[in-house]
Every structure is written in structure tokens, then in C-alpha cells.
Design a protein around this ligand. Structure first.
Ligand SMILES: C[S@@+](CC[C@H](N)C(=O)[O-])C[C@H]1O[C@@H](n2cnc3c(N)ncnc32)[C@H](O)[C@@H]1O
Length: 216
């Protein structure tokens, strides 16, 4: 089920000018059947990097590096993006794209399970993009909030999951039930987390934006 009318999605994406490399990496992601974000969400990530004055960004789930390129392209030259990816072949493809973009000095991929690697990185981060295994979302939440600086932003993808997290909305669910359940539990926890102020946005597959409070 499309939670946004496809023509509106296409219109929103048409308003975003992508570099030739971003366009190519986006097309590659679709060809490889990778569940990557679209250019409208990419532009939102870039906006959040700029609005927070981000120097340090963490991503969970690199795939072929499409969202990482969006996160890194407006980082200052001494900024740093760390992206975590389980699949070494995907990590290698993403590294190639970081080379092509000339950002290898500030964008790195760590290969392995995010559940382990989030304890190997040290914060604080200004922006964190959570887009790995949906069943891990809840497990990672506390650590990701700890890694975020006050005023920093945690962005999570797929929080509406084709509308399947909405009780009773989808009569013939297509998504794996355990992942739907995991996202629904994550959304509740995220909304209730007193360290954060969270907004849920119905764009693409649903995006949440959580700002870490200064007083938590
Ligand atoms: C939705 S895709 C990421 C898409 C990417 N953020 C983009 O929009 O361009 C999720 C990625 O998370 C990776 N992944 C799955 N389980 C993981 C885990 N336990 N630790 C780290 N990465 C994982 C998958 O291999 C996949 O490439």
C-alpha cells in the first residue's frame, strides 16, 4: 500500500536536483533491488545535517551508499560520517561511491552487526540515521539516544511500513509480521521516550525525526 499518492511522491522527488553521481547510485540501488530512500528523503537528511550544523553523523544500514552520500555531501571538510553495514559486498560498493564523490576522507563504512558495532563507536553524534534491520530498531534505541548530543537528531526510516503498522488498515499485509510488530513497538517507545521530542512524517514509507532534549 502506498501511504503517499505515487504522483505526489514523484512530484516531490522531481523538485530535488540530484548530482549525476547521486542519480546513478539511486538507479543502481533500484537495479540491485536494495530498499533505499528516495531523493526527497535524501534532501531531508541533507537539510537536517545543515540545520544541526552537523560535524559527526552515524548511519545504520549503508546498502550501496545512496543515503550516506546525501548525509555526507553537506558535511564540512573536517566532518565525519560513519555508516554501519552487515554485508561486506554492499560496503565495498558504497566505498567505491565515496571514492567517486571525493568524500572517502570523511565517510567510512564499518562492516558488521550494528547491535555490536554501535558499542564500538563513541559519540557524540549530531545526526543519526537508523535504517538497518527493522527487528533491531528497539534494541538499538537506547544506545543511539546515548550517542546523540543534546539538540542532535535521530532520524528513522520506514516507520509507517506501507501503512501496516496502523492497526486494521491493511487487510492483506505484504510485509513480514515480525518486522511490522517490531516497528510498531519501536514507534510507541520512540514517542514515549522522555529524552526526545519526536515527529512522525508521512513521507515515502514514513520518517520519524527525534530531537534529543537539552535537559534529559
Ligand atoms: C534499508 S537498507 C539501507 C538503505 C540505505 N540507508 C539507503 O537508503 O541508501 C538496510 C541495510 O541494512 C543492512 N543490515 C541489515 N541488518 C543489519 C545489521 N544487523 N547490522 C548492520 N547492517 C544491517 C542491510 O544489509 C541493508 O543493506
Amino acid at each position: 500500500m502506498n501511504i503517499v499518492i505515487p504522483a505526489i511522491n514523484a512530484y516531490l522527488s522531481s523538485l530535488v536536483a540530484e548530482s549525476p553521481l547521486l542519480k546513478q547510485v539511486g538507479i543502481e540501488g533500484v537495479k540491485l533491488d536494495l530498499p533505499i530512500i528516495d531523493s526527497a528523503v535524501g534532501r531531508l537528511l541533507e537539510t537536517l545535517v545543515l540545520v544541526t550544523g552537523a560535524q559527526r553523523v552515524l548511519e545504520i544500514g549503508t546498502a550501496n551508499g545512496y543515503s550516506a552520500l546525501w548525509l555526507a555531501q553537506s558535511l564540512p571538510h573536517d566532518g565525519r560520517l560513519i555508516s554501519i553495514e552487515l554485508d561486506p559486498a554492499r560496503a565495498q560498493i558504497a566505498r567505491g561511491h565515496f571514492d567517486e564523490a571525493g568524500i572517502s576522507n570523511r565517510a567510512n563504512v564499518m562492516v558488521g552487526d550494528a547491535a555490536r558495532l554501535v558499542h564500538k563507536v563513541s559519540g557524540p553524534f549530531d545526526v543519526i540515521f537508523n535504517d538497518g534491520d527493522k527487528r533491531q530498531y528497539l534494541q538499538l534505541l537506547d544506545r543511539l539516544v546515548t550517542l546523540l548530543r543534546p539538540g542532535g537528531v535521530l532520524v528513522t526510516d520506514n516507520v509507517l511500513w506501507d501503512g501496516e503498522v496502523v492497526p486494521g488498515l491493511v487487510t492483506s499485509p505484504q510485509r513480514p509480521a515480525d518486522e511490522t510488530e517490531a516497528i510498531a513497538r519501536y514507534n510507541k517507545q520512540l514517542a514515549a521516550d522522555s529524552r526526545l521530542v519526536t515527529s512522525f512524517l508521512p513521507i515515502r514509507d514514513g520518517i520519524s525525526i527525534s530531537v534529543r532534549k537539552y535537559s534529559s
